[in-house]
Design a protein around this ligand. Structure first.
Ligand SMILES: Nc1ncnc2c1ncn2[C@@H]1O[C@H](COP(=O)(O)OP(=O)(O)O)[C@@H](O)[C@H]1O
Ligand SMILES: [Mg+2]
Length: 246
């Protein structure tokens, strides 16, 4: 599905991503882990077109997407949850999700201000359905600022899957979230996998990762130091040293 081929990205003298190379399989949850500053978010920014690579290639479904514009990449079906929460706090959940709605003849702000009532009904129906799947239908008219941190993250995950997409990147969806909602987020990710979503997940918590991912890729200083299933990663000496501090 996605191939990262020998990608390097420098910021001044710092190699944030250093000759990084791995592959993501369709229909799987792949976790990208590694210490703070190991290049995880930079990799996401490279894949989604926010940053340009210095060298290397990024291939999505056999198409070379290296250094395409953000818009082109998003049109190819890469959807993303950012590390920093980004809901409009004064808008309701429904309004936040309406703003994210997109189809052939409706873009962004138009979604709220210019669409026909038919289309709006259709959109609202879809929003209700997604919130229902997340057991959050009661929050539809609540302002974003009145949700807990974990509830906001859930809404952002809902937003990330709202539009047609074929690949989902989630930057620390469960970090800073209370244990109950972390578990809810985990179950939602597993449910999405059952529906054949392909997910690349950045996550700090080793426990969460081991219980959730099919494949784990471990980064250190911008390069891959290990890749394998949870059992392999749990027993990998290099990972234990680098990631867990020995
Ligand atoms: N926009 C930027 N400008 C300069 N340095 C950056 C920038 N983004 C990230 N870095 C540096 O690149 C390295 C990797 O950062 P990042 O990708 O955010 O790591 P992670 O997400 O794994 O914590 C760090 O040393 C960070 O300070
Ligand atoms: Mg990060």
């Amino acid at each position: 599905m996605l191939k990262i081929q020998n990608i390097t990205k420098k910021f001044g003298g710092v190699k944030a991503v250093d000759n990084c190379d791995f592959e993501i399989k369709k229909g799987m949850i792949t976790a990208l882990i590694g210490p703070n500053g190991s290049g995880k978010t930079t990799l996401f920014n490279l894949v989604s077109g926010i940053l340009k690579a210095d060298s290397g290639k990024i291939i999505l479904n056999n198409k070379n997407i290296t250094n395409l514009s953000i818009e082109k990449i998003s049109n190819l079906g890469i959807s993303r949850l950012f590390q920093k929460p980004s809901l409009f706090k004064n808008l309701t959940i429904k309004e936040n999700l309406l703003l994210a709605m997109n189809d052939e003849d409706t873009k962004f702000w138009q979604a709220v201000f210019k669409i026909s009532s038919d289309k709006k009904d259709k959109f609202e129906e879809k929003i209700k359905q997604i919130l229902k799947n997340f057991e959050m239908e009661d929050f539809i008219n609540i302002r974003a600022e009145d949700l807990s941190y974990g509830q906001k993250r859930l809404v952002e995950i809902a937003r990330a899957i709202l539009n047609q997409h074929n690949f989902l990147m989630l930057d620390e969806p469960a970090a800073g979230v209370n244990p109950r909602l972390r578990e809810k987020i985990r179950k939602i990710l597993l449910k999405l996998k059952e529906k054949n979503e392909t997910i690349l997940l950045i996550e700090h918590d080793m426990n969460f990762t081991l219980k959730t991912a099919d494949t784990i890729i471990v980064l250190e200083k911008g390069g891959v130091i290990a890749q394998g299933n949870p059992e392999e990663i749990k027993n990998n000496k290099r990972v234990l040293e680098a990631y867990l501090g020995g």
